[in-house]
Design a protein around this ligand. Sequence first.
Ligand SMILES: C[S@@+](CC[C@H](N)C(=O)[O-])C[C@H]1O[C@@H](n2cnc3c(N)ncnc32)[C@H](O)[C@@H]1O
Length: 283
Amino acid sequence: MTGTRSPEGLLERAGVRGNPDRDQHFLIDERVLDRVPGYLPEDADRSHVLEIGGGTGALTDRLLAASERVTVIERDPDLAAFLREEFAAEIDADRLTVVHGDALEVDLPDDATASVSNLPYGVSSEITFRLLPLGIPTVLMFQKEFAERMAAESGTSEYGRLSVSAQHYAAVEVVEPVPPTAFSPPPAVDSAVVRTTPRDPDYEVDDEDFFLRFVKAVFTQRRKTVRNAIRNTAHISGLDTPDAVVDAAPEALLSKRAGDLAPDDFAELASLAAEHGVEGGNG
Ligand SMILES: C[S@@+](CC[C@H](N)C(=O)[O-])C[C@H]1O[C@@H](n2cnc3c(N)ncnc32)[C@H](O)[C@@H]1O
């Protein structure tokens, strides 16, 4: 949906230049800005869209055109004040809420139905793992390399802890590469837009925290066999008896390396680990 405000006009009225040290790279390519909200899944509920890092509001403007209500969280006090001034009519009409604060610290609205954001790259991982457990569809701009790691499948060089952890919550797709020239000031890296569509994973885990900790542990030794990785990382996974887990697990998984285990393989191993590797634990 096309917005009504030009990104250059917003930058001029705000009287700011993006400060890269504060993760400020404003989107100025109108074609990209106009496309981004449209990457939400077709059946997504657009009644309350959450935007992290509003900047001068170029994306906020497009989100207001494409949804009923928007909440935007912005850490920079001057930008938050500018957003309140620029979008005073939308705020008065109860269509926009501007929250001045750090997206890692403020409470996220509990009734957001989707999130569309051009994220501050310095904290994109932490913000993503606040958003994904909300179980809402998202369209997020990331550093390209991060986006590719999020969406990667087992057996590829990009596949790792980030892929398994993100795909635990949602289907993850890279939907558009974005060059540095789309931003002001241009970042030093390429970017990409990612869509996450919540769905149940094709495996079950009893203890989500333990599953994610186990995945993290095994990937710290991605060049070792899974057998050795389980044995060497008990201090991270929290296993009391890693040898008992190795004794119980199938050789076909133990002889692989972390990068070749699919998410459901990790789930199988994590269940065995919870059963056999924790004293007085789930088993
Ligand atoms: C990449 S810019 C995107 C701005 C705007 N949405 C756009 O697309 O032009 C990221 C924005 O996030 C803000 N920001 C940085 N760290 C933040 C944090 N921890 N919480 C909330 N906002 C943050 C920056 O001030 C900046 O305005």
